[in-house]
Design a binder for this molecule. Structure first.
Ligand code: PLP
Length: 525
């Protein structure tokens, strides 16, 4: 290593930017408040103008069409200022954004968001708080902690509960599986995975979850060195809930194979069906077998504030860990999510004391450093939006909104059931519906697959409505996911009409094609 410093003292005589005006309007600071306000107002105006023109959830643009607009964009040559940059953004982004507040958006688990939550986003972005340590956050740490405690209370956890905000259900599930793995390794072999890596027998661990649980469990198993093969899919019953006797069977089978049951994941609100696994009997089995019980309530957590349907979560308080996605069923902007645990000591396996950040001595002094229980270091103050929503409107309003979409799903179920051209797969527990267009019972399964796929594409191309698609028993279905309390049964009727219209069009187009087919076949032959 050279003993010379990397810079010479003469380089200090010329400052990098002699022209102070160049950075004049760059930063959020007291002397820039006037500019800050006018810039925000321009942004606000852009939002308002756009909102007034939005008359469908999507423009229908194709990726290759939109990609063209990005081709000649030179990021090294900025616009003349915020006005021009916003106008450009309107073309590149807002014109073709997907609008979740539109009542005809019925595709994925995306929600319209509360107004206080947006105000909170502005506040947290302005001050740029990071909730990893007390010395970067102050009161923000207590706001997050109180929301964790509040959520734990709603779950019904006792005084040892704790948790942390995460980037989403995927991270929460990963963390839950990590706690399960390290906890059982310690228990079985007094082996600290954190310090020594995987135990040689860890490849025998098995995680049980229903066949319709979320793929993030598989991802977590892979990341944790257990592999996809460690996940044992358990069959579901007629309502797409985990079949408890099949679980017992699966656990028994793994034992006889010399494998080690590690955890059960009960899903409270499956992504496709909104089905809720029977937590109470599953909890009993996991206790008996010494397995970790994780409840993935990424979607069903909305029930925590529901006055009508809270009972659907019965048994959740027996879990070792629970995933909640406020950005799905608490009407919060992405990201806003948490992992809760019944026993805070289990979070210790993600603790690392860094001298520069969260030294052990601080913990001993009682300084609350949330990084001690998080996979992330620098972390957004995502708790603030939920906080401001709750402090402005209270939890009941959120619960009512969730009850509203559950009610809508039931109305929509009856509507679809009464329609001869529609085949519906299940009675909804929450707010999704999986169905397909089937105008003719004689149509072959592959033809139905193609027909339903083309309906979804045509709908998206028109932008008039968005529905999701999924495969069940290897067949193509359509899906409504209802999270917008403003969507009414008339909206569902309208979307259904569109589905049937596009379905009829696709059918007549394909029958025209098939009359051409013999010629083509003859030609090829
Ligand atoms: C959405 C979802 C996840 C993943 O959550 P993200 O916030 O998208 O990471 C996990 N589990 C279930 C049941 C989900 O619906």
């Amino acid at each position: 290593m050279s003993d010379q410093p990397a810079f010479s003292s003469t380089s200090l005589t010329t400052p990098p930017s002699p022209d102070a005006s160049k950075t004049e309007h760059l930063l959020f600071k007291t002397s820039n408040l006037t500019h800050y306000r006018s810039s925000l107002l321009q942004g606000l105006e852009l939002i308002e103008t756009r909102m007034k023109t939005v008359n469908r959830p999507f423009s229908g643009i194709l990726p290759r069409e939109l990609a063209r607009q990005f081709e000649n964009l030179d990021l090294d040559r900025p616009c003349t200022g915020i006005t021009e940059a916003l106008a450009e953004l309107d073309r590149l982004y807002l014109e073709d954004a997907v609008y979740f507040h539109h009542p005809h958006y019925t595709a994925h688990l995306n929600c319209p968001v509360t107004i206080p939550a947006i105000t909170a986003e502005l506040i947290q972005a302005s001050f740029n708080t990071s909730v990893d340590t007390w010395d970067q956050s102050g009161g923000a740490t207590f706001i997050e902690q109180r929301l964790i405690d509040w959520t734990a209370g709603r779950i019904g956890f006792g005084g040892d509960a704790d948790g942390v905000f995460t980037s989403g259900g995927t991270q929460s599930n990963l963390m839950a599986m990590l706690l399960a793995r390290d906890n059982l390794s310690q228990h079985l072999w007094q082996h600290s995975t954190r310090e020594r890596g995987l135990h040689p027998d860890a490849h025998r661990f098995r995680i049980f979850c229903s066949e319709v649980s979320h793929f993030s469990i598989q991802k977590a198993a892979a990341l944790l060195g257990l592999g996809y093969d460690a996940v044992v899919p358990v069959p579901f019953d007629d309502y797409y809930r985990m079949d408890v006797s099949a679980l017992i069977q699966a656990v028994e089978t793994t034992r006889t194979q010399g494998l080690l049951p590690l955890a059960v994941v009960a899903t409270a609100g499956t992504t496709d069906f909104g089905s809720i696994d029977p937590v109470t009997p599953i909890a009993e089995i996991s206790r008996r077998e010494g397995m970790w019980l994780h409840v993935d309530a990424a979607y069903g957590c909305g029930l925590l504030t529901s006055s009508r349907h809270r009972h659907l979560l019965q048994g959740i308080e027996q879990a070792d860990s629970v995933t909640v996605d406020y950005h799905k069923s608490f009407l919060q902007p992405v990201s806003c999510s948490a992992l809760l645990v019944g026993n805070r000591h289990n979070l210790g396996c993600v603790t690392w004391h860094a001298e520069y950040l969260n030294p052990l001595c601080q913990r001993e002094e009682g300084t609350p450093n949330l990084v001690d229980k998080s996979l992330q270091t620098t972390r957004r103050f995502d708790a603030l939006k939920l906080w401001l929503t709750l402090r402005t409107h209270g939890p009941e309003r959120l619960g009512d909104a969730f009850d509203q979409v559950i009610h809508l799903a039931r109305q929509a179920y009856l509507l679809l059931l009464s329609d001869n051209d529609i085949e519906i797969l299940h009675q909804p527990q929450l707010s999704t519906l999986v169905f397909r267009y089937r105008p003719d019972m004689a149509m072959s399964e592959p033809a139905l697959d193609q027909l339903n796929q083309s309906i979804r594409k045509a709908l998206m191309r028109s932008g008039e409505a968005m529905v999701a698609a999924t495969r069940v028993h290897n067949r193509q279905y359509l899906k409504f996911t209802l999270l917008n309390p403003d969507t009414g049964i008339r909206d569902i009727q309208a979307v259904l009409r569109l589905i049937k219209r596009h379905g009829a069009e696709a059918r007549s187009a394909s029958s025209n094609e098939s009359t051409l087919q013999p010629k083509e076949v003859a030609h090829v032959g």
